[in-house]
Design a protein around this ligand. Structure first.
Ligand code: PMT
Length: 400
């Protein structure tokens, strides 16, 4: 609950990207914020106030509505801890840069005593135009904060700078502003997450059930706590976004190994949450492997060892670096985890067992014990976001 009890005004203006405002509201609420949505009349053409009031559990105020709403602008400006204008169009940028306030968004903006963030969305030529750039600079010169546009495909079909930043990134900016726990500021954190796929032929691979959630939650939590985070992510449907997070996508254990060994010398803390394949097929067929015999034909596969990433980092560990591993066990959990702690020269190992309810693979919860040389800390079943926090709390303790 990184934004617990924070009062946030979300001002939405008339861009096609307004549909993403629903995800922004949902993300802010999930992070614990109270959200008051206000809209320009044009924005109501792109997304319905009903959708937004249902998600925010508050009435939505818009300049398209009655006089009562209009009178709220001073009150709202004083109520808010933050004002977020997302998406902001070229038109509203121009109006706010020049102090126009003929609608609710302009009036609340001028009344707001809280910090203001604005996230533009428009076509690439509109964004590049000197008039727009001058308006952005003017708004920044008043102390407002720009959440920069992203590069990519635009609603017009053109491609370039002008896309609204992703909702997760916008929320992360506010989280970073309000985040009180900055105990990892200045630290470089390396995290592995997800499965690895070891190719057999162009069609098939050997993989596992890791979703990437556990490692991604650790990476996001570290970024929120101020660290510069390098996430090395195996094949996963997750797309984490945070200004302090750099994601490198890999497929196989050897690719993960190459990225991690390259980053390790410049790393302060590494958390190895990936489920890395210990073996890979000795050869990768160039064409799809075909069945040969009848129904009773058997097929043997020769496997060779993959490098152990955690053990390699452990062997090269210098004073001051911390290396945290995971152990996914089905039996003799604590004993196996302790052996890995020593063999891989880890500072702590997070034990989870696939046999325990609510633990292991998937997007939900985990139940872990964190084992260090002198202690075993046992935790209850909790969401992986909360497990990530427990792990980082131990990391901070070990650093002290
Ligand atoms: O991704 P999720 O769906 O959220 O699931 C999370 C998880 C179950 C994958 C995670 O919590 C977890 O337990 N990750 C480690 C799984 C694992 O492979 O454990 P292991 O006991 O085989 O490996 C021990 C440690 O060595 C791990 O830190 C592993 O990342 C590392 N290792 C293993 C083999 C290898 N070749 N290189 C490694 O670095």
């Amino acid at each position: 609950m990184t934004l617990r009890n924070k009062k946030i005004i979300l001002a939405i203006t008339g861009s096609i990207a307004a549909y993403k405002a629903a995800l922004i509201v949902r993300g802010l609420i999930k992070a614990g914020a109270e959200v008051q949505v206000i809209m320009t009349a044009a924005a109501t053409d792109f997304i319905s106030p009903l959708t937004l009031s249902t998600l925010s559990k508050r009435p939505v105020y818009s300049s398209a509505r009655g006089e009562d709403d209009w009178n709220n602008h001073v009150e709202l400006g004083l109520w808010a801890d933050a004002m977020l204008i997302a998406p902001i169009t070229a038109n509203t940028l121009a109006k706010l840069a020049n102090g126009h306030c003929e609608d609710m968004v302009g009036a609340v903006y001028l009344s707001a005593r809280c910090p203001v963030w604005f996230a533009p969305a428009m076509d690439l030529d509109m964004w590049a135009h000197p008039a727009t750039q001058a308006n952005v600079a003017k708004l920044q010169s008043y102390g407002n904060h720009l959440i920069d546009v992203a590069d990519g495909e635009l609603a017009s079909g053109l491609s370039g700078a002008g896309r609204l930043a992703e909702p997760e990134e916008i929320i992360a900016v506010l989280e970073s502003h309000f985040g009180h726990e900055t105990d990892l500021a200045g630290k470089k954190v390396l995290v592995t997450a997800g499965p690895t796929y070891e190719a057999l032929d162009p069609v098939r691979f050997i993989g596992n059930h890791s979703s990437g959630t556990m490692g991604v939650e650790v990476a996001m939590a570290a970024a929120r706590r101020g660290a510069e985070v390098e996430l090395v992510l195996g094949p996963s449907r997750l797309k984490p976004v945070h200004p302090k997070l750099n994601v490198t996508h890999v497929i196989s254990a050897r690719e993960m190994y190459a990225v991690c060994t390259n980053r390790w010398p410049a790393t302060d803390i590494a958390v190895m949450a990936a489920a890395v394949a210990d073996y890979r097929p000795a050869t990768v067929a160039e064409e799809k492997i075909k069945k040969k015999g009848g129904a009773d034909e058997s097929f043997s596969l020769e496997l060779v060892r993959n490098p152990d990433i955690a053990a390699t980092l452990g062997a090269d560990k210098r004073k001051g670096q911390l290396l945290i591993g995971f152990a996914m066990e089905t039996e003799n959990g604590p004993a196996n985890a302790r052996r890995k702690l020593v063999d891989k020269n880890l500072d702590a190992i997070v034990l989870n067992s696939i046999r325990e309810e609510g633990a292991g693979f998937g997007e939900g919860t985990n139940k872990v014990a964190i084992i260090t040389a002198d202690r075993e800390r046992k935790y209850s079943v909790k969401p992986k976001t909360a497990v990530a926090k427990d792990i980082l709390d131990v990391v901070v303790e070990l650093q002290a």
